[in-house]
Design a protein around this ligand. Structure first.
Ligand SMILES: [Zn+2]
Length: 286
């Protein structure tokens, strides 16, 4: 299944609305592009407010994110050497190693830190930007231009045809590694249009009967992946030059190498396999 997030555990806020214990707060701290962590039984976790206080790190930006299990959560950009006993690693290293809530919160922190870092100056007039008071945005006092954190919606889609699914190998991937098709939404486009356009551009096929299955925040750097299944309608496979090296139909029980379980592509693939496996079992049993 797709990594779940428990809405009862995390409450999103951009300003503190109640009393919080600052000592036990979770500090999602980035030094450059790396996330500061401490290991407990080999599993990384963010540092606490109490731990951070003793570190020789200079805080550049600090943003409140809300509460996880009533603990305050902050995104920090810090400067300085990684202290002894701590580690600083890319966020990808947390994938599949920490509980989903911590991974997605660290991803949220990363995107807000990058948003702050990349919007110190107004893109319209070049003046300094300030944090907007009423919500999470940067505002230019000179020309009133307002910038919100950037999200890049994209679609990811598994094409089905009877017992087979279409998987493709990106030109940048190693031989033997296949996944579902994916692409960014263009301005003015609906999500459904994006699915039809991307499938046509990447493999030259027409599809129908789109079903939305779920979404995933993917903070590398700021994607929101919207996952679909759809059915093959017509056309012959023609791979897009430079982008797609190979695209093939795979039977549900004859899988190539595919991405790991924390990626939405794997979840879309597993949903198809589970359904076909259940149908095969039911047919064998009847
Ligand atoms: Zn401006």
């Amino acid at each position: 299944m797709l990594w779940p997030i428990d809405p009862a555990r995390f409450v999103s806020e951009f300003q503190k609305t109640g009393e919080v214990d600052e000592d036990e707060a979770l500090y999602f701290t980035f030094i450059g592009d790396d996330l500061l962590s401490i290991s407990e039984h080999g599993i990384p976790r963010p540092v606490t407010g109490d731990e951070f206080r003793w570190l020789d790190l200079e805080v550049r930006f600090k943003h409140y994110l809300g509460t996880l299990d009533r603990k305050a959560c902050y995104a920090l950009a810090a400067k300085g050497a990684v202290p002894e006993g701590f580690a600083a690693t890319p966020l990808r290293g947390w994938l599949g190693r920490v509980e989903p809530e911590l991974f997605y919160l660290a991803g949220r922190a990363k995107q807000i830190i990058e948003f702050d870092r990349d919007n110190r100056y107004c893109g319209r007039c070049g003046s300094m930007m300030d944090e907007q008071v009423e919500d999470r945005a940067m505002r230019c006092e000179n020309c009133a231009f307002v910038v919100y954190p950037r999200l890049s919606p994209s679609i990811i889609v598994l094409i089905r045809n009877g017992d087979e699914m279409l998987l493709a190998r990106n030109a940048a991937w190693p031989t033997g590694m296949f996944s579902t098709l994916a692409g960014f939404v263009e301005p003015g486009e609906s999500i459904e249009q994006t699915v039809h356009r991307e499938v046509r551009e990447e493999v030259g096929l027409d599809v129908t009967n789109l079903r939305y299955l779920g979404s995933q925040s993917w903070p590398f750097p700021n994607s929101l992946m919207l996952g679909f299944h759809c059915d093959y309608l017509g056309g012959e496979i023609v791979c897009q030059d430079q982008e797609i090296a190979e695209a093939r139909w795979f039977k549900w029980n004859e899988m190539p190498n595919v991405p790991g379980g924390t990626a939405i592509s794997r979840w879309l693939i597993n949903e198809f396999i589970d359904e076909k496996e259940a149908a095969a079992k039911a047919a064998a049993g009847s």
